[in-house]
Design a protein around this ligand. Sequence first.
Ligand code: NI
Length: 182
Amino acid sequence: MVKLVILTAERCQIVNIITHFGCLTFCLENFEVLSLTDMIYVSRQEHFNAAHKLYNPNWSEEKNNEVFGPCANKNFHGHNFNLIVTVCGEPDPETGFVVDLKKLSDLMKDEVTEVLDHKNLNVDVPFMQGKMASTENLAIEIWKLLENRLSDITSFGKLYSVKLYETPRNFVEYFGPETAGP
Ligand code: NI
């Protein structure tokens, strides 16, 4: 992945290239900046509780226990999940909002937290059937649920990331599908 980011107005003419290997900064002569945007990132946090277990049915019980440890407990275990959704865009000139956070909160509740709260991810949640009930896979499914509906509440913001905390110290963050390369 290579991103070209124009950092400054035309007087400075500095260009940043961000690669997997780090950030390269250099100057260009006679470089003309066409436009700068006021992109801003707006986030909302919601909460739900859910149970799951990590268990691969194609493996023996011994291998499941070896790989997943107590997470493979056959009678499941629970987590207090925190979900942080970030929307990016330029503010609507009429409201100053990228997205109305009350509407984003309602969307997260309708599409995600009220669907998942007090559920067993392995058993009760149709879109997790046939998948490993990991936090990674759950975050990807949450992205799909929200992306489909975000245009209902904002014409200025796009879904930027879904961050899902399984515990205060274990969390995943998903930025949407990327093109497989090279
Ligand atoms: Ni767990």
